[in-house]
Ligand binder design. Structure first.
Ligand SMILES: Cc1ncc(COP(=O)(O)O)c(C=O)c1O
Length: 224
């Protein structure tokens, strides 16, 4: 186990082992369950930098009906657009918005903050229901932030970006601030372009609970 803020990332993996490679649409009757236990170190060891995110209105992160399932195959579809965005725009991630509807990035959920409100897509089968998202929503409610969970489109996201904050949530990064949205080839700053105060506040509150430095009001650590 690395010292905090490092962690031991546990990743279960279920692989079908039935020898029936010719029967493509037949589920396996046997499977091997593996658990990878991988040490991870501080994601932001070099200091937190505001992220650059490409807004992609065409591609999907994975097959729409598998979005909420963590299958290995779900990650391949995001790879091409993400590598292209890195090369072309020095972007960190791609925010998938198929049909103009804001979803999530390759491996993190997306949320915005403005005037005491948090906006994030409501749960549906098209994206992964991250535990970090769930925890941050609870902490936001506890902090008096109004949590709005619903579908929203790119136009509304860009409107929030003018004066608000945007961030990615996930186990590794906890909550990482977005400084720039790259929309149709142009850089659009989110708020001041720096990591915003609500993002920093919610992130530090979740990390404090994880480290036992703040009361665990929801009994999250007992479940571990
Ligand atoms: C596609 C995707 N979305 C969101 C997340 C964030 O989920 P969590 O907060 O459970 O780490 C992940 C994490 O791996 C992910 O792969």
């Amino acid at each position: 186990m690395p010292e905090a803020p490092g962690a031991l990332y546990l990743r279960p993996l279920l692989i079908g082992t039935t020898a029936n490679i010719g029967a493509a649409a037949t589920p396996a009757a046997d499977a091997a369950l593996l658990v990878l236990a991988s040490p991870v170190w501080d994601y932001f060891a070099g200091g937190m930098q505001p992220l650059r995110i490409v807004v992609d209105e065409i591609n999907t992160r994975c097959a729409a009906h598998l979005g909420m399932v963590k299958t290995g195959g779900n990650y391949a579809a995001a790879m091409g657009p993400t590598l292209a965005a890195r090369q072309k725009y020095r972007a960190d991630q791609v925010l998938f918005c198929p049909g103009g509807q804001v979803q999530e990035t390759g491996a993190a959920n997306f949320m915005m903050f403005r005037e005491g409100r948090l906006l994030t897509r409501g749960l549906d089968s098209s994206f992964l229901h991250g535990v970090t998202r769930d925890s941050l929503l609870a902490i936001a409610r506890d902090s008096g932030v109004e949590v709005v969970e619903r579908a929203f489109d790119v136009a509304e996201m860009l409107d929030w970006a003018r004066t608000g904050e945007a961030a990615l949530s996930g186990t590794a990064a906890v909550l990482a601030g977005v400084g720039t949205l790259i929309y149709r080839g142009a850089d659009v700053p989110v708020g001041s372009g720096e990591i915003g105060p609500v993002t920093r506040d919610l992130r530090s509150k979740l990390v404090a609970i994880q480290r036992g430095e703040a009361p665990d009001r929801h009994g999250w650590l007992e479940k571990v």
